[in-house]
Design a protein around this ligand. Structure first.
Ligand SMILES: Nc1nc2c(c(=O)[nH]1)N[C@H]1C(S)=C(S)[C@@H](COP(=O)(O)OP(=O)(O)OC[C@H]3O[C@@H](n4cnc5c(N)ncnc54)[C@H](O)[C@@H]3O)O[C@H]1N2
Ligand code: MOO
Length: 420
């Protein structure tokens, strides 16, 4: 298939091809950064028993307010960790998190009582209420947070600290997650030099896409299984591609050699090994020569253009969509915010612009940065977001709402000082 595709058509092809990976069982603490494949419903009540929210005294209100001034004998004591106890009349000394003695239903904090008498060991034995106590005050009810049988963590959720808090609270020993996506990176170009200590010969440049993409793959929750730089010879490229697949790559990224030049060998080399080229060239800027294929092995192949911003956009808006789908996450949704200044374009392409989300007078706004040319890397140091302008929008006014994406699909724009 050839011809320039609209972004939406190209993305639909990527999502169609990106199938969710195998599911494995893991202990939650070994699943950080992985995506839950099956929802976890709670098998228990949380809290597991009624307990006190305060250090103080448990009382029996039985539906009536206990008025300030009332006095009670203290009949027992409950500390966190104590098993069920049965209370009769009177008050029980109780600590935060301690199980409510059966028969008592309200707690008065220690600072709202007067201690009238103490035992020999200085334990309070008689108290007077310094304030009214309403029924249920300061008691955390069994199942009030999560009831047994209720949904707890939904499928598609990436396991982070918050998810671990809930899973640990429920005592879930094992969860079903999708394995991490394995990605190989092949940078093509005889001009590329990887070793920063090696002086550049005439015409050579540093390989910047390699380290960038490796970092982006990790930040996207996937794993780099191979990274190599090759010259413009198809045989060399195909040998590395073999190694990438042998390393278990689910996704292979290449950079460079996908445009119109005589040395742009990637499409033909792929065809030669039976790859199905699903699209080549998308109506976007930068990154128009993007190529997407399914290899004979079943692995997905993204031929990212060589210019740094072009490859970055191909990865951010197409590869990351595939990584999400393969790990079982729902498609990403953009933020919406007003544009800081008017901006216009000449080409009817969808633009993905290096942008800066700023906090101005307590509100967010998106600024298109200077230096949008696809060879420029310095603006990436200022950028904290990608601003999207659809193909058909030619001129945008200040204040017009635009779609904004974070630097990576798991990263929201970090709002800092305005640097411009
Ligand atoms: N006649 C045409 N020429 C070009 C077209 C076109 O439509 N017709 N498209 C342009 C666009 S748009 C882009 S984007 C680039 C894409 O080119 P390739 O993907 O074939 O990449 P290369 O030609 O190999 O390299 C482009 C550029 O990027 C530099 N580069 C490559 N790899 C790296 C790397 N790993 N680290 C840093 N820089 C890299 C390379 O030296 C070139 O300057 O094609 C346009 N041309
Ligand atoms: O689209 Mo190319 O990516 O403009 O430089």
């Amino acid at each position: 298939m050839s011809g320039d595709l609209a972004y939406e058509e190209a993305l639909a092809i990527v999502l169609r091809e990106a199938r969710a990976l195998a599911v494995e069982q893991r202990a939650p603490q070994d699943a950080q950064g992985l995506v839950l494949a099956e929802a976890v419903a709670s098998e228990v009540d949380l809290p597991p028993f009624d307990n006190s929210a305060m250090d103080g005294f448990a009382l029996r209100a039985a539906g009536e307010t206990l008025a300030a001034g009332r006095e009670f004998d203290v009949r027992g004591s409950q500390v966190a960790g104590d098993a069920a106890a049965t209370a009769g009349e009177g008050a029980w000394e109780i600590m935060t998190g301690a199980r409510m003695p059966d028969g008592l239903d309200s707690v008065v904090p220690i600072e709202r009582v007067e201690i009238l008498a103490r035992t020999g060991e200085a334990r309070p034995s008689r108290i007077r209420l310094a304030a009214d106590v309403r029924p249920g005050d300061n008691v955390r009810l069994r199942g009030e947070d999560i009831a047994s049988g209720a949904p707890a963590v939904p499928a598609g959720r990436r396991i982070g600290a918050n998810e671990l808090m809930v899973l640990a609270s429920l005592g879930v020993p094992s969860i079903a997650v999708r394995r991490r996506v394995r990605v190989a990176i092949i940078n093509t170009g005889r001009e590329l030099v990887d070793d920063p200590a090696q002086p550049l010969a005439s015409g050579e440049i540093r390989n910047s896409n390699g380290p960038y993409l490796a970092a982006r793959v990790e930040a996207a929750g996937a794993e780099v299984v191979l990274r190599e730089t090759v010259t413009d010879e198809p045989e060399v490229f195909l040998a590395v591609l073999e190694r990438a697949l042998a390393a278990g790559a689910d996704v292979v990224l290449s950079t460079g050699a996908v445009s119109m030049g005589r040395h742009d060998f990637v499409p033909d080399a792929l065809r030669g090994v039976g790859a199905d080229i699903l699209f080549h060239k998308v109506r976007i800027r930068p990154g128009r020569p993007l190529l997407f294929a399914r290899l004979a092995s079943g692995a997905l192949f993204f031929g990212l253009p060589g210019n740094p911003a072009s490859g970055a956009v191909g990865f951010r808006f197409f590869t990351e969509a595939a990584l999400r789908a393969m790990s079982g996450m729902a498609p990403e949704r953009p933020l919406r915010m007003p544009l800081a200044a008017a901006w216009s374009k000449r080409a009817e392409l969808r633009f993905h612009l290096k942008g800066l989300v700023e906090l101005v007078d307590g509100g967010l706004r998106a600024r298109v940065l200077k230096g949008q040319e696809s060879f420029k890397v310095l603006p990436l140091l200022v950028a904290n977001a990608w601003i999207v302008v659809p193909a058909e929008s030619m001129a945008l006014e200040a204040g017009q709402m635009v779609d904004v994406y974070g630097p990576g699909h798991l990263e929201a724009p970090m709002i800092g000082e305005v640097l411009e």
